[in-house]
Design a protein around this ligand. Structure first.
Ligand SMILES: Nc1ncnc2c1ncn2[C@@H]1O[C@H](COP(=O)(O)OP(=O)(O)OP(=O)(O)O)[C@@H](O)[C@H]1O
Ligand SMILES: [Mg+2]
Length: 431
C-alpha cells in the first residue's frame, strides 16, 4: 500500500538549497535543480548569461549589473564601471576606488555573486546556501601559491555573498559533465573551453554509466590551462590598431632612443586595468607624455578619453570589432565619440597576425593536455568546444586541425560550464 505524504512533504523533497555558479571573466551563469533537472536561471530579460560587469553610479546607492551596467556606462552616466574582475584574482591588485572609497576586489566580486544568488533565489523561490563555483585550471600561470590564493579569494567572495558552503570544480570538467548528460555511449573526449580570461582543457572518459559516479578522478586523464582568453585578443588588437592613435610607439622627440612609457597604453588595452588610468599618478604620467611627442594631438586624445572616463568605451569598440570579425572579413571601430570621423578599420588577415602568438599559446596548452595523458590526437573520440572565444575562426580552426578522425561538437558557448557545475552540485550537496 503506498504511503501518503502530506502535501508539504513533496514540496520539501523538491526544494534544494544548492546551485552552481560559473563566475566568468566576461559572462556568468547560475543554475539550480528544478524538478530534478539542472536549469540555468534567466538573469536578465530572459537571458541565461549575464555579463560580469558592475556599474557604481555616482548618484545611485545601488550598483547595476550585467547588460544594464554596460548600458548605463555607455549612456554616459558618471560612476565606476567594472569588468573582468576575475582577472584580478591572484594578481597584486587588491582594491579600487569607488565613490572616493577604496573597495577590496574580494568585496566587489562578492557584490556581483550576491546579485547572482538573489536573482536566482527570486526566481527559484527558495534560499540557496551551498554552491559549487567553477574555477579555471590555472588562475595564474607558473605560480602555484598565487594560483591557490586566487581560489581562496573567490571562496571568501562567495561566503561574503551569503553562501555557507562553497566547493570548487574545474570549469572544463564542468563542461564535460554537461556534455556527458547528452551522451548514450562511452567516449574519450577532449573538452576545450576558451573564455574571456583563460583557456582550459580536459581529457576525460565520458558515458551515461560513468556519469553516475561522484568521484571522477579515475576518468580524468589530464587537465591543462593557460591564462589566455578573449580579453587578451582584445588587448592585442587594441595595442596594434588603436593605441598608436593615442601615442603608442610614437617617437620620443626629447629622447629619441627611448620609447614612451608602456604602462599607460598597456593599462588602456587591458580590461581589468582600465580603471587604474584614472588614478592621479597615471593622469600625470599621461600628461607628461605630451612633451615627448611631436604630434601633441595623439596625447590630447588620450587625456580627453581619461578625463571623460571613456576608456572602457574604446575597449568595447575593440571587442565589438573582434566579435564582428568572426562573421565578416572586415570590421570598423567607431571612435567618433573621441574625435569626429575617428574610424579604425581592421581586416581578418591583420587580426589573425595580431592574435597569432596568443593562439599558439592556447594550442600549446591543449597539446600539453594530450602529452600529459600520453594520448595522441588520433585516439581522441570527440572534441567538445565551449566558451565565447571558440567563435574566433583562427582559434577554432587551429584547435580542431589535428582531430580529423574525431567527432567535433560545438556546445552552448555560454551555458555549458554553468550547467555542468549545477550537475556537480547535485552530486556534492544533493542527498
Ligand atoms: N562571436 C564571437 N566572436 C569572437 N569572440 C567572441 C564572440 N562572442 C563572444 N566572444 C568573446 O568570448 C569571451 C567571453 O567568453 P565566455 O563568456 O565563454 O568567457 P568567460 O566564461 O566569461 O571567461 P573565463 O571562462 O575565461 O573566465 C569574450 O572575450 C568575448 O569577446
Ligand atoms: Mg568561462
Amino acid at each position: 500500500m503506498p504511503r501518503l505524504y502530506p502535501s508539504w512533504h513533496s514540496f520539501f523533497m523538491n526544494t534544494t538549497n544548492f546551485c552552481g555558479i560559473d563566475f566568468g571573466t566576461s559572462n556568468s551563469t547560475i543554475g539550480v535543480f528544478n524538478d530534478s533537472t539542472p536549469t540555468l536561471i534567466a538573469l536578465e530579460d530572459g537571458k541565461l548569461d549575464m555579463p560580469s560587469t558592475i556599474f557604481f553610479d555616482e548618484h545611485e546607492p545601488a550598483p547595476l549589473f550585467g547588460r544594464e551596467a554596460i548600458e548605463h556606462y555607455v549612456d554616459g552616466n558618471h560612476g565606476r564601471f567594472m569588468r573582468s574582475m576575475k582577472s584580478v584574482l591572484g594578481s597584486s591588485l587588491m582594491s579600487t576606488n569607488v565613490g572616493g572609497n577604496s573597495l577590496k576586489f574580494e568585496r566587489m566580486i562578492a557584490v556581483y555573486i550576491k546579485a547572482l544568488r538573489e536573482r536566482a533565489e527570486q526566481q527559484y523561490g527558495g534560499s540557496l546556501s551551498k554552491v559549487v563555483m567553477g574555477r579555471p585550471v590555472r588562475f595564474v600561470d607558473d605560480n602555484d601559491s598565487k594560483d591557490a590564493q586566487a581560489q581562496v579569494s573567490l571562496e571568501k567572495a562567495a561566503k561574503l555573498a551569503g553562501f555557507k558552503e562553497v566547493e570548487f570544480q574545474y570549469e572544463p570538467i564542468a563542461a564535460a559533465l554537461a556534455y556527458e548528460s547528452t551522451l548514450d555511449s562511452e567516449e574519450l573526449a577532449l573538452i576545450i573551453d576558451i573564455g574571456g580570461g583563460t583557456s582550459d582543457f580536459t581529457l576525460i572518459r565520458l558515458s551515461p554509466e560513468l556519469g553516475k559516479k561522484v568521484d571522477r578522478s579515475a576518468d580524468i586523464l589530464a587537465t591543462s590551462g593557460v591564462h589566455v582568453g578573449g580579453t587578451d585578443l582584445d588587448k592585442q588588437l587594441s595595442l596594434t590598431r588603436v593605441m598608436p592613435h593615442f601615442g603608442y610607439k610614437a617617437i620620443n622627440i626629447r629622447k629619441p632612443t627611448m620609447e614612451l612609457p608602456y604602462p599607460p597604453f598597456f593599462n588602456f588595452a587591458s580590461w581589468h586595468l582600465i580603471n587604474t588610468l584614472y588614478e592621479k599618478a597615471s593622469i600625470l604620467e599621461i600628461k607628461s607624455m605630451r612633451l615627448d611627442v611631436e604630434d601633441k594631438h595623439l596625447i590630447d586624445r588620450f587625456i580627453k578619453v581619461v578625463e571623460r572616463r571613456e576608456a572602457h568605451l574604446v575597449a568595447l569598440e575593440v571587442e565589438a570589432a573582434k566579435v564582428g570579425l568572426s562573421d565578416a572579413e572586415q570590421a570598423v571601430m567607431n571612435l567618433g565619440f573621441v574625435d569626429p570621423d575617428f574610424l579604425v578599420s581592421v581586416d581578418k588577415a591583420d587580426f589573425n597576425d595580431t592574435i597569432m602568438a596568443n593562439v599558439d599559446e592556447v594550442v600549446k596548452a591543449m597539446n600539453d593536455c594530450l602529452n600529459k595523458a600520453g594520448i595522441s590526437a588520433a585516439q581522441v573520440g570527440s572534441v567538445f568546444l565551449t566558451g565565447g572565444t571558440t567563435a574566433v575562426e583562427l582559434m577554432r580552426s587551429r584547435l580542431v586541425a589535428d582531430f580529423a578522425g574525431a567527432k567535433i561538437v560545438d556546445g552552448d558557448k555560454f551555458g555549458s560550464v554553468g550547467l555542468g557545475l549545477t550537475l556537480h552540485a547535485q552530486k556534492v550537496f544533493g542527498s
